[in-house]
Ligand binder design. Structure first.
Ligand SMILES: Nc1ncnc2c1ncn2[C@@H]1O[C@H](COP(=O)(O)OP(=O)(O)OP(=O)(O)O)[C@@H](O)[C@H]1O
Ligand SMILES: [Mg+2]
Length: 249
């Protein structure tokens, strides 16, 4: 399964946001997207999810254009977006019952995925009784429950403390090994992107600016020479404009 983003343009009103975005993503690949706030990362993810349509260009999965949301593409948001009035189990099984899975089966499946993210003991709790990391785990379990080929994650760990974040990164890599989805992961953290991605895509001004091949074996160590080299290169690319601006001001 291959995802092809070809010549995609997308604007809102008279504001051009994405300009001629091109990216080919291979099966089972983990792609991390970095870029300044407002450069269009979430817009791109929403296009791939099928929540938005491009103004021109195309996004296709194995040659078939994406025309709307599909259970084959799971989405995890930064703010987890759980239903506060449902317990944890129902938050996960809800989507399955909407797809026509009978309730007992949906609950069984939801429980399986809760176990996977270590939250089986919280099945009957409500989201407001959980910590940020736990809520994010429920969001991930929910996205996985419908068996997606593509997992779209928009800053999923952005609000978590550093230790929880590292645990979640490990869990995500474990999930990727087990289910082999294609993952498109937006983050503001350069080290998180290098830690997780097969490739790191830097976006600038609504375009793909550079694509970095990470090429480090897992588990990745922060002091690996390639890791530090990538950190420096990407930091320079992202901060370069700002630094020049500060110097010229
Ligand atoms: N539905 C919308 N209507 C109008 N403008 C929008 C809409 N969605 C996004 N925008 C604008 O498009 C631009 C890109 O937004 P987007 O959310 O894709 O950025 P982002 O790269 O995800 O930023 P961040 O890192 O802050 O999440 C912003 O200027 C934003 O105001
Ligand atoms: Mg965003």
């Amino acid at each position: 399964m291959q995802l092809a983003i070809e010549g995609v343009n997308k604007g809102f009103g008279n504001k051009e946001i994405l300009k001629n975005v091109n990216l080919q993503i291979k099966p089972h690949e983990i792609i991390c997207i970095l870029g300044h706030s407002g450069c269009g990362k979430s817009t791109l993810l929403n296009l791939i999810a099928g929540f938005l349509q491009p103004d021109s260009g195309s996004i296709t999965v194995d040659g078939v254009p994406i025309t709307g949301p599909s259970k084959s593409r799971g989405v995890v948001f930064q703010d987890h977006a759980l239903f506060p009035w449902y317990n944890v189990l129902s938050n996960i099984s809800f989507g399955l019952t909407v797809q026509g899975v009978p309730k007992p089966e949906a609950n069984e499946k939801a429980m399986e995925y809760l176990q996977l993210v270590g939250l089986q003991d919280y099945a009957y709790h409500h989201p407001d009784e959980l910590s940020g990391g736990m809520k994010q785990r429920v969001g991930i379990a929910r996205a996985l429950a419908s068996g997606p080929d593509i997992l779209l994650m928009d800053e999923p760990f952005g609000a978590l403390d550093i230790l929880t974040r590292e645990t979640m990164q490990k869990e995500l890599l474990y999930i990727c090994k087990k289910f082999q989805p294609m993952v498109i992961f937006v983050t503001h953290s350069i080290s998180e992107a290098i830690h997780l991605g097969d490739r790191v895509v830097v976006m600038k001004g609504g375009q793909v600016s550079t694509v970095y091949e990470v090429g480090i074996e897992y588990p990745r160590m922060y002091d690996h020479p390639r890791f530090t080299q990538l950190m420096t290169e990407i930091e320079r690319e992202l901060m370069g404009d700002e630094l020049n601006q500060v110097i010229n001001d």
